[in-house]
Design a protein around this ligand. Sequence first.
Ligand code: PLP
Length: 367
Amino acid sequence: MIKFLDLQKINILYQAEFELALKRVLQSGWFILGNEVTLFEKEYAEYCETKHCIGVANGLDALIIIIRAYKEMGLFADGDEIIVPANTYIASILAISENNLTPVLVEPDNSTFNIDPTQIEKHITPKTKAILGVNLYGQTADWTALNTIAKKHNLKLIEDAAQSHGASHHTKKSGSLGDAAGHSFYPGKNLGAIGDGGAITTNDSELAEVILALRNYGSFKKYENIYKGMNSRLDELQAAFLRIKLKNLDKENHRRMEISNRFLKEINNDELTLPFIEPHNISAWHLFVVRTKNRAIFQQYLTDKGIQTLIHYPIPPHQQLAYKELNNLSFPITEQIHHEVLSLPISPVLTEQEVDYIISTINEFKV
Ligand SMILES: *Cc1c(COP(=O)(O)O)cnc(C)c1O
């Protein structure tokens, strides 16, 4: 069986280094917000080419805290609206509703799967405060267009970079494309921890200060609380592990790129539509998502041939029970995407033989 993503095989590569990191943390006697978190924040800010990085507990919290910080700064208020792509993972939308703001869903571009900038302006109202752009499947959204719209309407730009570690748009790195970005280090992400983790990157020093307090009980100084904060700290041990993974991220992303280049060149089957990457984008290839009208048959065929695939995602947020208030809305492009997409294995530990086998098996598929 070719696994969709063999996390055991990926992480075991670093076992010796992880063990040294564990020893270092254990012997330091400092387990929360210590040296490893500080060093990871510095290294990840450098990687994203931003002034600041603040480690948090997970990717959802990263997005929640960015929006909460803008509320504390008096820029957003309950009932304000944030524009977000309709086909994103539900976390992007939860971050908005969790803050008592209203998510305003906008259709994606049918070829990139990212928010369609031409559909945004008709959804802007006096209550619109931000666009939450998502770099879905590893490709950055059209941040050039999003920037133009944000400037014109005086909106904040929040980047959901959970799937795009290492990606870029023109010459700018994912994590530096908006006013602030939320990152997830969930084990299955390109930069994955050995558990949960997340971070926020930004060039806005005032925002970074507020976020720094919010992640730790709204406090800069122990027992003095300026905000009603959260406990959302990046674990010291996870930070130590992430420093090791970060050193290897470009290498792993490069392998993902090699595999996707082979898929793009060598998969040749009229039943399938292959992913499209804009020429000015470098994708992190978090997922390699193909489309077919016959998804159920195609997925079963691959399963029978020993190739594991996943669907990202089977049900769009506006059709989830959790969002009854959105259930009456219709997003035809989003709905069609959810019926047709299938993610092929694209983990950096796939062998050339496995890639050969995936390609030839797919090329033999007939309905
Ligand atoms: C994974 C993910 C998140 C949330 O990250 P967690 O660390 O699981 O909380 C947010 N947005 C997107 C697009 C994601 O893929």
